[in-house]
Design a protein around this ligand. Structure first.
Ligand SMILES: NC(=O)c1ccc[n+]([C@@H]2O[C@H](COP(=O)([O-])OP(=O)(O)OC[C@H]3O[C@@H](n4cnc5c(N)ncnc54)[C@H](OP(=O)(O)O)[C@@H]3O)[C@@H](O)[C@H]2O)c1
Length: 259
């Protein structure tokens, strides 16, 4: 941590990260650690979680604890979340960053594959958010920041199973916000366009995707500032606005990219 950062009067936030080994989450965690926040990091791969934990400690996080858990296991959520919040001594921000794109072609061949994508990107986050929303609403405080995707704004042949799970998540977040904003709980829907992470590295043209550190800086800023829906990079608000206006009779004949 630089001397400049140490001298700023930042009150450490208690931040729970679900899917802490995601490329986008890792970049956010670096910022939070450097400004001295308190972190509870959950990921499903022990070796990756260990790396993120060590890095957060080295960068100056005020507190770091972690759990290795498969977040698809919704039955385990209540105990996991209660333990995490107890370890942090409360909760200021829950950041839900887990997700998997899956293979669209496989999801078309087998509903088991589609079911796994829908569960991972919609059912499991909805389970986490149901528990977290009730916890925060009872205390009239907290921010629930959740990564959905512009892929959920309009279904396309290249990724409509993943996209429909994200569409469900975006609608869930809208309804959740409508329910608990009045209780003093913020819900931030994060809608990234294509970002350079492990998820997209095999995609055509991925070298032109958004830089993960810039995307993370925007997300960290939005969580601090407030707001309801964040397109990141911001140009995606305009792009998706145009894409949503295309008549279905035209749209069904187009072949838009996988990102
Ligand atoms: N990159 C993009 O272009 C883009 C665009 C729009 C939205 N998003 C969304 O942004 C979020 C972060 O993605 P990313 O780009 O950072 O990709 P990433 O690096 O591949 O991260 C995805 C993370 O989710 C974790 N995860 C998946 N299922 C899990 C489970 N059941 N339990 C625990 N952890 C689980 C993965 O853990 P393991 O590594 O251990 O498998 C991985 O760390 C996702 O929700 C993604 O859908 C990404």
């Amino acid at each position: 941590m630089s001397a400049g950062k140490a001298s700023t009067a930042h009150t450490p936030k208690r931040i729970l990260v679900l899917g802490a080994t995601s490329g986008i989450a890792e970049a956010c965690i670096r910022s939070w650690a450097e400004r001295g926040d308190m972190l509870y990091l959950v990921g499903r791969t022990a070796s990756k979680v260990g790396v993120v934990v060590d890095d957060a400690r080295v960068r100056g996080a005020a507190f770091v604890d972690s759990a290795v858990a498969d977040l698809d296991d919704t039955a385990a959520h209540p105990q996991l979340l209660a333990h995490a919040i107890n370890s942090l001594g409360g909760l200021d921000v829950a950041f839900v960053a887990m997700g998997t794109m899956g293979e669209q072609a496989q999801s078309e061949r087998s509903f088991d594959a589609a079911d796994a994508v829908l569960h991972n990107n919609f059912i499991a986050p909805a389970s986490l958010l149901t528990w977290l929303a009730n916890y925060c609403a009872q205390r009239h405080t907290g921010t629930l920041a959740v990564i959905s995707s512009v892929a959920g704004e309009r279904g396309r042949k290249s990724n409509y199973v993943y996209g429909s799970a994200k569409a469900g998540l975006t609608a869930f977040l809208s309804g959740l916000r409508n329910r608990i904003d009045r209780e003093g709980v913020r819900v931030l829907t994060i809608l990234p366009g294509p970002v350079k992470t492990a998820m997209t590295e095999s995609m055509k043209g991925s070298e032109k995707f958004a830089d993960v550190n810039k995307v993370a800086a925007t997300i960290v800023g939005a969580i601090d500032k407030g707001g309801d829906v964040l397109y990141v990079p911001g140009i995606w608000k305009i792009i998706m606005g145009v894409i949503k206006l295309i008549p279905e009779s035209v749209f069904k004949k187009l072949s838009l990219g996988a990102e």
